[in-house]
Design a protein around this ligand. Sequence first.
Ligand code: FAD
Length: 453
Amino acid sequence: MKETVRPGQHITEPAKRVPVVTDADVLIAGAGPAGVSAALAAARGGAKVCLLEANGCLGGVWTAGLLTWMFEMNQPGIPRDISRHLGHRGARIDGHDPNMYTYDIEEMKILLEEMCIEAGIRFQLHTRVVSCVKNGSGIDAVATESKSGRQAWRAKVFVDATGDGDLAALAGCGYDLGRNSDGACQPMTYMALVAVRDLETIRPFICFWDRGEQKQHKTVNYEAVRAFRSEIQRAGIAPSYSQTKLFQVRNNLMALMVNHEYAASAIEAADLTRATVHGRAEVHRVTKGLQKLGGGWESLQLVATCEHIGVREGRRIHGLYTVTQEDLASGRLHDDAVCKVHFGIDVHSTSAAKSKGQDDSIYGASMLPYDIPMRALIAQDVPNLLLGGRCISGDFIAHSSYRVTGTAAATGQAAGVAAALSAGLHTVPSKLQWMDIKKALEKITESEQEVRR
Ligand SMILES: Cc1cc2nc3c(=O)[nH]c(=O)nc-3n(C[C@H](O)[C@H](O)[C@H](O)COP(=O)(O)OP(=O)(O)OC[C@H]3O[C@@H](n4cnc5c(N)ncnc54)[C@H](O)[C@@H]3O)c2cc1C
């Protein structure tokens, strides 16, 4: 892959007149767990909503990333709504607690589309937000690139749910990326789906499967994780991720997690390309190696690889409040809490130095359930911009806990509610009364039925 422009060289593009596609109340960039939840919440709050997504499906890591594995989803409102719908469709395998389950990706794709259509959200796939035009310190419109060329989208209030904080960075917000001391980020993971003819033949290597009425392990079955790693090693392969996992998604379909891509930046296309190419090659190597072992592995098929490599870390945008490691240690509560986080600190090693004893992963460090305050979702530097998902305001350690999908959906939901209120009241999010946001959030959860388990 040759560079076409040498560092230091530039071209100047001629200015263009860009057609304005729509005027919305609320525009959301990125349709992952946070973006879809923000859009649904804003639409349920009565706003005219636009949702723009770079991939060919809604759902982000849930779908294009082939994650299949949920944490913290028993949150009131949209996270529980999604969980309930998946359950009704028979598209969920439940875990030990309602926060944790695996789901069928194709059902998730269609479910999110149906929910957004029903809510009257205007969404456009294959459409990337690439710049923004400001009106003083606020955002007036964003511009996108797609097969339609360049298009402009105006709104009163914007939500950055791109995971990587693309819109906030384009609007000039301050941000942090990676660990403070050296900027190192957690690795990316290239996910895949695999199938075997008969799941029973490889059962000891599956760390999560449908046990019917039987009790699941609290998280994953680590005996199975170790046994699976030994099988990969028996095939002559040293996997880049030591916690190799196979979990059942539906019938004989499983998610395969064996890859870590280190030292790759989420905001560098060349890094994303390298990580994707390495990740895909590793997934092929592992599946072919296992097939050669024979026995239950003989029928192993690689069914699909992810459309987008799973990115754990991108920009953390500066907000009116920064969630910190100390907040986790003390279980800090806030008057303007939008959700509670129970998931622990989970920093994956930033380098492949495990064998040299330089593993810097942090897992299971002591913490107490803590609150995410509304202020962590309000951008510090741009008045009409809210944040949802993994790009909210927090430090490196706190991010490793609140980044999981249920929390991303809950913060997205709160950002959507505040955005709709702001647009309706013609004010900026920081000027809203917390009691008004709280009431609007409660309204979203009012109609929610109890999750029967
Ligand atoms: C490998 C991996 C394993 C994980 N394991 C778990 C787990 O087991 N359980 C769990 O609950 N969580 C897990 N997580 C964490 C969790 O999945 C993510 O942190 C969560 O998806 C964050 O949601 P999000 O909506 O903020 O971001 P994302 O899911 O990344 O969604 C962002 C969306 O924005 C779109 N986008 C980005 N830039 C633009 C742009 N400029 N214009 C338009 N669209 C754009 C992207 O295409 C994407 O669809 C894991 C994450 C990874 C990567």
